[in-house]
Design a protein around this ligand. Structure first.
Ligand code: FE2
Ligand code: FE2
Length: 202
């Protein structure tokens, strides 16, 4: 693998795959490859850039195996305060992963970086690529949770509805486990509820 940190040569797809295979546990790698496949399929369906979707998917969980202290330290070392994320530290691999992609892997595509950054919480007004990664993370072929078939069908027919249903299923799960729900996710629910109501009334 050729890596030149000083010149920030962007990692190729192969560099990234080599890194993921040697640094992440096998089940994580399989999940990431599943998200990459689902993201490429959604990109084809919704006329988005398949290579970008694949790269964003390959980056999305690159720091998922790091613990809270590491993620908080990593963000602060790069001038970012985790803020509300401290109440929901499992969301921090997303913004931290986006910093890692930029700083270590030389990834400069802002759309890819944003898709990595918001893949866990979602946000109001996501770009097409952000929505593709957000939904692909839920529907990849390794997922078996109750309701995943309905989400897969929704993803094929209406991406906004799939985003909203994914958000709702994760918020329900977090509330059941007494875990903090990030305000970004609640804002996203409101945004996509209104967006869908607007479309349906046309
Ligand atoms: Fe993730
Ligand atoms: Fe994921």
């Amino acid at each position: 693998m050729s890596m030149n940190y000083t010149e920030q040569t962007p990692w190729s797809r192969k560099d990234l795959l080599d890194y993921l295979s040697s640094h992440l546990k096998e089940s994580r790698l399989q999940h990431i490859l599943g998200v990459a496949k689902a993201a490429k399929e959604l990109a084809a369906l919704y006329d988005s850039d398949g290579d970008k979707a694949e790269m964003a998917a390959l980056y999305h969980d690159i720091l998922k195996d790091k613990d809270k202290a590491w993620l908080v330290g990593y963000m602060r070392d790069h001038g970012e305060e985790p803020g509300e994320g401290l109440l929901a530290w499992k969301t921090l691999h997303a913004p931290a992963g986006s910093i890692f992609a930029r700083e270590v892997c030389g990834q400069q595509d802002e759309e890819i970086l944003r898709a990595v950054r918001y893949h866990t919480t979602g946000r109001a007004g996501m770009s097409l690529l952000e929505k593709i990664i957000f939904v692909a993370d839920y529907i990849e072929e390794g997922r078996t949770f109750k309701g995943v078939e309905r989400l897969r069908a929704l993803a094929g027919s209406d991406l906004d509805k799939a985003v909203l249903a994914s958000l709702e299923s994760s918020i329900t799960y977090l509330r059941k486990s007494d875990a903090h729900v990030m305000s970004q996710s609640l804002e996203a629910v409101q945004y996509y509820t209104e967006a869908i109501a607007g479309k349906d009334s046309k």
